[in-house]
Design a protein around this ligand. Structure first.
Ligand code: GDP
Ligand code: ADP
Length: 396
């Protein structure tokens, strides 16, 4: 289980049945009755790492549904099976921020997607060094003041908070900008992107489609900022069920009358839309009471005191998850071999050049604190240098 398929086996695997040309290094990893072949292939001007599966029982190739953002192929890669659930893929000749990837082949997320889609499924998740602070999911009925509170946060902490820009099929309001407030999109395009697994969650709200793309969240968290999501209660439920480890906050109005007053005073909706939003608000206020859904409920009566309470909640989590730096800085790694050791340690044999001009020949990946995973990034990786061919690594 888990060993690389010998070359003779690969040659006999009816490789001819596959029409993709291999441009880079190819690995084959056996998981049960399936051999996962991971290889580079041209797709327009770019070269991606693609996946196909040889099914030993039917002796045929299966081209799985591939979820997540695919890695760009460099000069090849090495693969290692972890817990029969995922392949650790270390790309050659890559910078550290793009070198470590996970291909989930039988993780809980992939199992669930296989059931939903009724096909063979694999899912990519990029490995990220360290931890960004937990994302914040903010929900609440239309007109309660979510946007106002989030705007205040973004203004006061532009370098620490980033907004997850959702996609929606609703028309832009007068002052809304495409790509800033929302990605305004056509329903057919959004539906296709949902089918292609590009969304962390989506929901039909007040008659329009809204959704958070995986890319929207990752763009913010990769920059080390805390990601703020403004999504409805159905979306919050989906995120709760996903691998995204977030803090869930529900904003509630001091009274229903006040909510109605704010919604009308905003003047962005027609009377019919206001009525629809008010009807939905009652259901949302009820649903927010579902046990285990929201971590905190904040009443937005006086704006300034609600904002202060929101900041206190965020500050209380900040020390729990500081942004950690890797133990080594690597500019490029040329991987020759990876192997698993006890205690969640993985050794990467490589030549790697670092910022201090030293050359590391053996790196160790500590994966004991991995978090997340498909459909998002895999966070919490740490990398140590074990051996040095140059100088500058004393004390590691
Ligand atoms: N599930 C989900 N809901 C979203 C998303 N983006 C916005 N929403 C929710 O959609 C609802 C309507 O948003 P919008 O049209 O901007 O109106 P507003 O809430 O009255 O400002 C709000 O409850 C938002 O929280 C998203 O990506 N996913
Ligand atoms: N605490 C508050 N007191 C009075 N008005 C508020 C308060 N918070 C927000 N508002 C106003 O209520 C309206 C709706 O707020 P908004 O942030 O657009 O809500 P949401 O994003 O939840 O739909 C806006 O006109 C905003 O200025």
């Amino acid at each position: 289980m888990g060993e690389e398929a010998p070359e003779y086996l690969l040659n006999n695997l009816e490789l001819a049945a596959c029409d993709s040309e291999s441009t880079g290094c190819r690995t084959a990893t056996i998981v049960g009755n399936k051999t996962y072949v991971v290889e580079g292939s041209e797709d327009g001007s770019k070269s991606w790492i693609n996946v196909k599966i040889f099914d030993k029982l039917t002796r045929s190739w299966v081209f799985p549904t591939v979820l997540g953002i695919k890695p760009v192929q460099q000069k090849g890669h090495s693969a290692l099976l972890l817990k029969n659930e995922q392949l650790l893929i270390v790309k050659m000749d890559s910078t550290l921020d793009d070198c470590i990837w996970f291909l989930e082949v039988d993780s809980p997320f992939v199992k669930e997607q296989k059931e939903i889609l009724g096909t063979e499924v694999v899912a990519w998740s990029k490995g990220v060094i360290g931890n960004a602070p937990k994302p914040i999911v903010i929900s609440g009925p239309s007109g309660v003041g979510k946007g106002t509170l989030i705007n205040k946060l973004m203004k006061e902490f532009p370098s620490r908070c980033g907004f997850s820009v959702s996609h929606t099929t609703r028309a832009p309001r007068e002052k809304e900008l495409d790509g800033v407030h929302y990605h305004f999109t056509e329903r057919s395009i959004m539906e296709k992107d949902i089918r292609d697994g590009k969304f962390l969650e989506f929901a039909s709200v007040h008659g329009n489609l809204y959704g958070t793309s995986i890319e929207a969240v990752e763009a913010v968290t990769d920059s080390g900022k805390r990601c703020i999501l403004d999504i409805d209660v159905q979306g919050a439920k989906s995120v709760r069920a996903s691998s995204l480890d977030a803090i869930f906050i529900f904003i509630t109005p001091p009274s229903f009358e006040e909510l109605e007053k704010r919604l009308r005073a905003r003047g962005t909706e027609t009377e019919e839309q206001v009525q629809k939003r008010l009807r939905n608000a009652r259901a949302e206020l009820d649903e927010a009471k579902s046990p285990g859904l929201f971590d905190h409920i904040l009443v937005n009566d006086d704006l300034e005191s609600c904002y202060e309470n929101l900041k206190k909640l965020l500050a209380s989590d900040e020390t729990a998850d500081p942004l950690c730096q890797p133990s080594v800085k690597i500019l490029k790694a040329h991987v020759s071999h990876i192997e698993s050791k006890a205690d969640h340690k993985t050794l990467i044999h490589c030549s790697a050049s670092g910022t201090n001009a030293a050359t590391h020949s053996l790196l160790m990946l500590d994966m004991s604190s991995l978090k997340g995973g498909a459909p998002g990034r895999t966070r919490g990786l740490d990398v140590y240098a074990l051996e040095s061919l140059g100088d500058g690594l004393n004390g590691i």
